[in-house]
Design a protein around this ligand. Structure first.
Ligand code: ZN
Length: 479
């Protein structure tokens, strides 16, 4: 996501002061990167070869990723009526891949925080209700509090066993729900279904956070069957979304951390094929200028990242340009299209497809691992550190504090800016190619794995042959 937490006045002054310079640099770099990207595409494919020199750097180093003890695959049914009321059924097959026996299942149900009258996120146009939860065709009891759904199990689920749970529910999307929201007749369904929590020495479920990503999920396979009124287009994380409005269909995607869905009306699409990937940018007519910028940005950056970090893994990459906060989801991003930073947002959210989408971390506990790597990648690509320089606080808090220990002003500073500036300092002596090589090497060994601060530090120390923790002391809390 993009943290934008500052007063409008500061924002305006900063914007005016930097606009001309930034625009110039962005333009120059877009030109430069486009050339590089086109060179990468001579065969018409997004090619990526393992870097042989990476293995030399990594000799004697074994990645130790965190194992998530829960695994879930999702079979989802979504129906919307003319009044924008949704009914849904989520069949979740949960597998216990931990060493413990489970006596319950724990899910994130984020739409509920907006519909629960006692919650500070309550919106009076939001609705959420569970009609029934069934296991093996029998209704079961559950508890729901804020965004936590707990389902006690009648008989324990042993290691390596799985069960299928069926949750039937209905909901209505608020106009102001941060990522989960409605603008005019378009519906942005972020985290709209019960998402099984990760299991790491017990269920790992933290409270909802409005500004940041407080949810952490494992990789799973998704199938979605949908029915919509005439005139709506479904755009999602899936690989096979339709291009036109359809009233029903089925889409799917495998091995992703979540499945975002948007149900759009009166939005047009601009497309460009880059290698095997269809880039599709959706917007209203009034946003066609930022949408064109997003398309140009993505069409240059996607093949560049594919070549220099690792292959983009999906057949479609969708960008939704609207008034919704910039945010990353597998195979699809939203980009805030109402200011002059479209190119910056698009690059940042696209970079998350690698750092979040494929290299996983717990964003409640250690958000710097995806935001920091993503923002550094963005700055390196755009050759522009303006964002980090602007949002770093004079005395920033440590970067790997959980969201619960950071205040509103700390997010951009500690999670995005500080790691970016630290990486910049660390990589200063290296040439540009070697900076990308670091990111590529890190990505290659942690792809589809979960990293922690401890592991990232171990990797960086090995990579740079550091003898001690001096480099990390003033910005990471190390045990
Ligand atoms: Zn982000």
């Amino acid at each position: 996501m993009y943290a934008r937490k500052f007063s409008k006045k500061v924002m305006l002054l900063a914007a005016i002061a930097t606009l001309i310079v930034v625009a110039g640099i962005l333009w120059l770099n877009t030109q430069k990167n486009t050339t590089t990207a086109l060179t990468a595409l001579t065969s018409g494919q997004l090619e990526f070869e393992s870097d042989p020199t990476s293995s030399a750097i990594l000799s004697g180093f074994t990645a130790k990723s965190v194992v998530n003890g829960s695994k879930a695959n999702y079979d989802l049914v979504l129906k919307m009526n003319e009044k924008s009321e949704f009914t849904a059924k989520a069949k979740v097959t949960a597998t216990n891949v931990s060493k413990d026996s489970w006596d319950k299942l724990v899910f994130y149900v984020i739409p509920n925080v907006f519909a629960e009258p006692n919650n500070k996120m309550f919106r009076d146009d939001a609705k959420f209700a569970i009609q029934a939860i069934k296991i093996a065709d029998k209704q079961v009891k559950y508890t729901m509090q804020d965004d936590t759904l707990t389902v006690p199990l009648q008989s324990k689920l042993s290691p390596q066993e799985n069960l299928t749970i069926e949750i039937s529910y209905s909901f209505q999307v608020p106009r102001d729900g941060r990522r989960y929201m409605r603008i005019e007749d378009s519906h942005y369904l972020a985290q709209w279904y019960p998402m099984l929590a990760t299991y790491m020495n017990g269920w790992n479920k933290n409270p909802y956070n409005y500004n940041n990503e407080s949810y952490h999920t494992g990789f799973g396979d998704y199938k979605l069957q949908y029915e919509l009124p005439a005139g709506y287009t479904l755009v999602s994380s899936a690989n096979n979304d339709p291009k036109e409005a359809t009233t029903s269909g089925q889409v799917e995607i495998k091995n992703v951390k979540e499945m975002f869905v948007a149900v759009l009306k009166d939005m047009k699409v601009m497309t460009r094929k880059v290698g095997d990937v269809d880039i599709r940018v959706w917007s209203r007519d009034k946003d066609k200028i930022p949408a064109a910028t997003a398309l140009d940005t993505a069409a240059a950056a996607l093949p560049f990242f594919s070549k220099n970090i690792g292959p983009y893994p999906y057949k479609q990459y969708d960008v939704l340009v609207d008034g919704v906060v910039s945010m990353e989801y597998p195979g699809i991003d939203t980009v805030y299209g109402k200011d002059q930073f479209t190119s910056l947002y698009t690059t940042h959210e696209l970079a998350h497809q690698w750092f979040y989408g494929m290299v996983s971390n717990d964003p409640f506990k250690e958000s710097w691992l995806d935001e920091g790597f993503t923002q550094y990648t963005t700055s390196l690509y755009l050759r522009n550190y303006e964002y980090a320089n602007r949002y770093i606080l004079p005395e920033p808090k440590l970067s790997n504090l959980p969201l619960s220990e950071l205040g509103d002003m700390d997010y951009a500073s500690s999670l995005y800016a500080l790691p970016t500036l630290k990486f910049k300092e660390l990589f200063e002596p290296l040439g540009i190619e070697d900076r990308w090589k670091f990111l590529r090497t890190y990505f290659e060994i942690y792809r589809y794995k979960q990293v922690t601060t401890e592991e990232a530090v171990r990797f960086i120390k090995h990579y740079f042959k550091m003898q001690d923790d001096t480099f990390f002391k003033d910005w990471l809390k190390l045990d």
